[in-house]
Design a protein around this ligand. Structure first.
Ligand SMILES: [Zn+2]
Ligand SMILES: [Zn+2]
Length: 443
């Protein structure tokens, strides 16, 4: 039997309902903040990421899912969303449109590494990017937006870890101070960090293999900010305070990528225990220039959907049940099949899942299948119903069917009366059900 590719997953019902719920809630919120969806290709030129994401990072050095195509071009399955969004922004000259350009995206991303601990080769992210605005209020907006998304999804005790890593103006002096301080501890550092000392010493601050006490003792980037960076940082923090968004200064929070500037942040849910960031983001004022475009300030974040879905499912075991769609089963006879299809057509915007039985056998067998399929109600269309211009609605459930059948009465003759549940199904003049059934089964 052919199996799925290593490190990939199939997502099916009922879990897919949580995915749909998360994606819909996040997309609706992003739109409410004035962000529009952007869909970029799954494959890109390798150099898009090697020039932007930066050499010396794990993404480029170890994890890119890269391959030559039949003409020998170097392609990759996209490892992240920001560089591709910026490529599209430049390629279509969106920088000439009014600023800021505000995008959200969701989809599959890829890395080529040994799948372990929930890290897959194909994974899914939701992200936002605001391009063309340098105000710290833009940073506050993207943070406020994700706090709204997560609280709408039911997560609480949210807070933001935030830091500023400066810019080209002030970061060189900070890197020098960091190197000078690290020089006396070089022997204690892991192999990767010894290599990072010269070109990327900030990465050492978030290395999981280093002694936390040593990292805590190192110089802090926030103490080396130039006037502009300091002003930006303070205005961001005062806006978060005004918005009542709880934050912690985290001096060890850095981004390993060269194009990040000033603000870096992570959102933490204390419900998940310490050190559990749900997402990370920050400002990347130099990325678009690196890609050959004009200097364009930008800020955004990206969130792994696998983790968010598993957190929500664990926290809300009842979520799956509440998201399940109501199912109705249309039972019919040989002569009423077309009417059954037409009834489904007429009810297609009700939000119900509507099965028309396609085996065309007796009502009893159809009703038993309706029960097995988990239908809440059966809509019965026999010749009597057609003649009366109506349709019989009855509750599903094996015991209830059995009781009806035992009475030796044709189901289509039962429960056909009274109260109109639904006006305007022009074909039948309304679906009818008894007072009693309506009482126990109406939404
Ligand atoms: Zn290290
Ligand atoms: Zn600065």
């Amino acid at each position: 039997m052919i199996k799925s590719v290593k490190g990939t997953s199939d997502i099916a019902s009922p879990e897919v309902l949580v995915w749909q719920h998360v994606e819909k809630t996040m997309a609706t919120t992003a739109k409410a903040y004035g962000y529009e969806e952007i869909r970029t290709p799954t494959i890109e030129m390798e150099e898009l990421f090697s020039t932007s994401v930066g050499q010396g990072t794990d993404i480029v050095e170890k994890e890119m899912y890269a391959f030559p195509d039949k003409k020998g071009r170097h392609l990759v399955l996209r490892p992240e969303g920001t560089a591709a969004t910026c490529r599209a922004y430049l390629e279509h000259q969106m920088n000439l449109q009014p600023s800021p350009a505000k995008f959200y995206y969701m989809g599959s991303f890829f890395r080529y590494e040994q799948p372990q601990g929930g890290r897959k080769r194909e994974f899914h992210s939701f992200g936002v990017e605001a391009l063309g605005e340098q105000s710290p209020l833009q940073d506050a907006e993207v943070i406020d937006m994700v706090m709204t998304m997560l609280s709408r999804l039911g997560l609480s005790h949210l807070s933001v870890d935030v830091n500023s890593i400066g810019d080209d103006n002030c970061r060189p002096a900070y890197k020098d101070a960091l190197r000078a301080s690290l020089a006396t501890h070089e022997g204690q550092l892991c192999e990767d960090c010894r290599r990072r000392m010269s070109d990327n010493p900030l990465r050492i601050l978030d290395c999981k293999r280093e002694d936390p006490a040593l990292l805590e003792s190192l110089p802090k980037s926030a103490d080396y900010l130039c006037t502009d960076c300091e002003d930006h940082f303070h205005r961001l923090l005062s806006t978060l305070e005004a918005l009542k968004i709880p934050y912690h200064l985290n001096h060890r929070l850095v981004r390993g990528l060269d194009y990040y500037t000033r603000t870096v942040f992570e959102v933490i849910s204390e419900d998940l225990g310490a050190q559990n960031a749900l997402l990370g983001g920050g400002r990347y004022d130099y990325l678009i220039r690196h890609l050959g475009g004009p200097a364009t300030p930008a800020v955004g974040w990206g969130l792994g959907l696998e983790r968010l879905v598993s957190v929500l499912t664990a926290r809300y075991p009842e979520l799956l049940g509440s998201l399940a769609i109501s199912r109705a089963y249309i039972v019919h006879s040989d002569t009423t099949t077309a009417a059954a299809f037409q009834l489904r057509h007429a009810l297609a915007d009700t939000g119900w899942a509507l099965d028309v039985d396609v085996r065309q056998d007796g009502f009893g067998k159809q009703l038993a299948r309706a029960s097995k399929r988990g239908a809440r109600i059966a809509l019965i269309l026999g010749e009597d119903e057609i003649a009366a211009g109506t349709c019989t609605m009855m509750p599903c459930g094996y015991e209830r069917f059995a009781a009806f059948l035992k009475q030796g009465t044709l189901c289509s003759h039962l429960l056909r009366q009274v109260q109109k549940l639904r006006q305007g199904t022009t074909l039948w003049g309304g679906i009818v059900m008894s007072e009693r059934e309506r009482g126990s089964y109406a939404d």
